[in-house]
Ligand binder design. Structure first.
Ligand code: TXA
Ligand code: MG
Length: 316
């Protein structure tokens, strides 16, 4: 059920212990990760996971990512593989999610996996997330802490504005460093698949694997439904690849140019990723349509353009 009052916690020891106790009691707690703020619930408690969907107003039960404190604990829930070992060794803790076959006796609520035989797992790098996960001592399911379909949260204030009153607590520990959700790699099939571009560039993953990641065909069933076409949506219309604002529009720039907010004046994709959702939140609050400058489509630009295309997609 929804909590009427959402408390704001800090990252001190006392507050994190309180957050862990709330999670173990089946309550929802939003916490910072290096990518975006997550809306956490105990992945072993069906009621807690159901409450996540209710709080976000998700139209259907998309599978969620289980967050673990360490590689050793993550391995308990899935069938490990050589590729998983290579990628975990290179990139965990960090902004990478691996999808692997579930292991027998895993104890994860079937609501987390939406009944699939695979589990998405991630060991986040954010120190506060890691301390919290150690205290919880179990898997925490956490989608991005925003109402379904809206812009992802990179500050506690974004979480409070979107979900306040629908969760027990928010741990406020500043802005997220990466600013884009984790990159999701599927390792349950014959080839490593890029299921969602994200905060870790695909090129870096391919270099470690020594082979290209396969991309989902557009005709495939939605296996990573952050993949709904309209997503990350501001209230007003979004127009992409704009060289300048038209009358009435706000301009979100990239590189040196006239604009209302700039993702990165120096043209840094890393800086642009960290600023993307925060800048969209700020422009959205002004209640006017948004024009967005072109962003190069390599490295983190791939994930930035993926999110921008969804923000601009036609809505139902
Ligand atoms: O950075 C992140 O990944 C953030 C932070 C909080 O960790 N979390 C996040 O969760 O972005 P969410 O729920 O917004 O996105 C999870 C994505 C969804 O697109 C979902 O479809 C996909 O992961 N997913 C989860 N389990 C899956 C599975 N078994 N197979 C394929 N895709 C899966
Ligand atoms: Mg999301």
């Amino acid at each position: 059920m929804s909590s009427k009052h959402t408390i704001i916690l800090s990252s001190n020891e006392h507050d994190l212990a309180q957050a862990a106790a709330l999670l173990r009691a089946g309550k929802l707690v939003a916490f910072p990760t290096e990518t975006v703020y997550g809306l956490g619930g105990d992945a072993r408690q069906g009621q807690a996971v159901a409450a996540i969907f209710e709080a976000k107003g998700r139209p259907n039960f998309n599978p969620l990512i289980a967050h673990l404190a360490s590689v050793e604990t993550a391995r308990r829930y899935v069938q490990w593989s050589d590729h998983a070992e290579l990628l975990a060794e290179a990139f965990w803790p960090g902004p990478l999610t691996l999808v692997l076959p579930l292991r027998k006796g895993h104890g994860i609520s079937p609501l987390v996996t939406a009944g699939l035989q695979t589990l998405a797992i991630r060991v986040p790098a954010h120190p506060t997330a890691r301390r919290l996960l150690v205290l919880v001592d179990g898997p925490v399911a956490a989608p991005s802490a925003n109402p379904s379909g809206r812009i992802s949260p990179t500050t506690a204030a974004h979480v409070e504005a979107g979900l306040g009153g629908r969760l027990a607590a928010i741990i406020d520990d500043g802005a997220c460093g990466v600013g884009l959700e984790s990159t999701i790699v599927g390792l349950a099939g014959p080839w490593p698949m890029l299921l969602r571009p994200g905060g870790l560039a695909a090129e870096e993953i391919e270099a470690v694997l020594g082979q290209p990641l396969r991309q989902r065909d557009t005709g495939d069933a939605l296996t990573a439904p952050g993949q709904l076409l309209s997503h990350y949506a501001p209230n007003e219309r979004v127009r992409l690849n704009a060289s300048q604002a038209e009358p009435g529009e706000l301009m979100l720039g990239f590189g040196v140019m006239a604009c209302d907010l700039n993702l990165s004046t120096s043209g840094s994709l890393t800086e642009a990723a960290a600023n993307l959702f925060g800048h969209l939140h700020q422009l959205d609050a002004l209640g006017r349509p948004i024009a967005v400058a072109p962003v190069p489509n390599h490295r983190l630009g791939q994930a930035i353009n993926d999110r921008l295309q969804r923000a601009a997609a036609p809505r139902d």
